[in-house]
Every structure is written in structure tokens, then in C-alpha cells.
Design a protein around this ligand. Sequence first.
Ligand SMILES: NC(=O)c1ccc[n+]([C@@H]2O[C@H](COP(=O)([O-])OP(=O)(O)OC[C@H]3O[C@@H](n4cnc5c(N)ncnc54)[C@H](O)[C@@H]3O)[C@@H](O)[C@H]2O)c1
Length: 300
Amino acid sequence: MSKKRIFFTGGTGKAGKHVVNYLIEQGHKVMNVDLTPLDHPKVDNLIADITDSGQMFNAMSSYTGLDELELGNGVPKFDAVVHFAAVPRILIKPDNETFRVNTFGTYNVIEAAVKLGIKKIIIASSETTYGICFSDGKTDPKVLPLEEDYDVNPMDSYGLSKVVNEKTAQSFQRRSGFDIYALRIGNVIEPHEYTELFPYYFKNPEVRRRNAFCYIDARDLGQIVDLCLEKDGLGYEVFNAGNDHNGAVLPNKELIERFFPNVPISRELEEHEALFSNRKIREVLGFKEQHNWRNYLKWD
Ligand SMILES: NC(=O)c1ccc[n+]([C@@H]2O[C@H](COP(=O)([O-])OP(=O)(O)OC[C@H]3O[C@@H](n4cnc5c(N)ncnc54)[C@H](O)[C@@H]3O)[C@@H](O)[C@H]2O)c1
């Protein structure tokens, strides 16, 4: 795998810190661009605001650290941009602010990357684009499993901001011909959260209906981002980023009967296969799950 110089936004956050660590373990050089720094010995931090276009152009044409001054060849170019910075759900900030930060921020990051000639851009979209997670009341998906060709139409400001971001990415891809991949990230689980959260979820499976029982291990998300960095030539693509199985003990037959009895099922499903399908990342990117929840929790 080639080692890349990566401009990473939002690397201090819950998902970003694990993904950044994974990328560093693969030998990449990472500059974390965030409002607060990440405490990692191998990460260079730059404090910058994604909603400020000037800061994004400037930061993206910057040295990552003092060590790069020693090369004496001017500022090196970034090979790739990974954009995770965002307001990560509704009800943290007012809806209009969530929409503003996420859509303007993503526009600024992608525009700067494309105009500076950075030919690989990966952005964090979300499972919430499918419109079940933050819907008013209990809504059904149009079909299961959730796959990337779904006609997404969420009713909340966060999910909408991610749909807009996917459209922004598609538009810039069309203009530039560069590779821009959007990851519809499932519910991110950090290593310590299996024992902290999953027992409650298993005793109360209804609380996971809004996520269609999905999860993505934060380290497996690192693998997905790394595979996207490696895979060139796809143009604009959307990928669900989830683990192989549901984050549930019940088999699909029972989950569907209890929680989605009126939803059409588009194809045969394995007993525990994720209803938030990760088939595309397995088939197109070669994703191989390393961190199934069953590795961390015994449950009968
Ligand atoms: N956590 C999940 O389950 C989940 C699921 C689906 C998608 N996502 C997406 O993945 C990405 C990362 O999510 P997370 O859970 O790590 O969120 P987080 O809130 O933990 O991290 C987001 C980071 O972005 C930074 N940030 C926010 N506004 C910024 C700005 N204006 N300029 C620069 N930096 C800014 C924050 O300081 C923070 O470090 C987000 O795009 C989120 O929407 C997360």
C-alpha cells in the first residue's frame, strides 16, 4: 500500500481519533484539522474552522509540521483529504446551525481540495440519510436491507445536511473527474463501548430500531477509509460503512417480524447479516471485518 500525506478534518472526534490512529499505523502521514487538537505523538494538529473557506484553502496548502521545513522544497502537496468534521447529530446545536456547519463546511473542504488539485477526497456521510434514525415517530424504511441505491429522503436537519453533502461531492466530482467517495457511516462503536452499551441494547432491542441495528467498529472504519485511499478510479461513489452483522442477538427473521413486519425484503438474508448492508464495501473495496461484536462480548 502506498503511504500518503493526508489532510484529515475532525480527527479529534469519537470516530476520527480511531481512524487517524489506524491510518498512522498503516504508515500514512496525517495532519488533523479540527477546532481542538488530538493528543497523539505522531499527529500534527492545525486548529482551523471548516466553515471558513479561506482557512480551508490556506490549511490545505500548508506544511503539516516543522519537520517539513527541513526538506527545503517548499510546501509538499496533500495526496488525499478525509473529511469527518461536523456537528454529528441533531439536538446538539439548533437545526439551522447543524445544517450550516455541515453543508458549508463540506462545501469549503471539497472546493478547496478540488481547486488545489487533490485528487482523492473521502467524506463522512451517515446512515441517517436513510431517514429512519431521526424521523418524527416510528417510520418504516422503504425496503430492507438498506443499500446504497436507496432513494434517500430524511426529514431532519442533520440527515438532510448529509444528503446535501453527497450532492455537493457528486457535483465537484463531475466538474473535476477526481475520486470523491462518501461513506454512509453506521453507528460508531469504540472498543470500550461493547461492554458498556451492548448489554443494554440486547435487553432492549427496540432502542436500536432507528439504526436498523447497525454498528461500525471505529477501527474497522479506519480500514474502510484506508481501502478508499488505496482504491483509485471510481469517480463518485457512496458506500455504507458498517460491520458484517447486526448489532443484535436476535436473528433477522425475528428482528424483521418484530420490528419491520410491513417492510419489503429485497433479497435473501443470512441469519445475522446486517440490515444496513455492507455488501458494497466488501465487494468493491475488499473490506474484511476485524472487529465483530462477538469478539468482545459473550451473549447467549
Ligand atoms: N458517531 C457516529 O455514530 C456517526 C455515525 C454516522 C456518521 N458520523 C459522522 O462521522 C463524522 C465524525 O463523527 P464523530 O462521532 O467522530 O463526531 P465528533 O463530534 O466526536 O467529532 C467531530 C469533530 O469535528 C470537529 N468540528 C466540529 N465543527 C468543526 C468546525 N467548524 N471546524 C473544524 N472542526 C470541527 C469537532 O471539534 C470534533 O472533533 C461526522 O461527520 C459525523 O456526522 C458519525
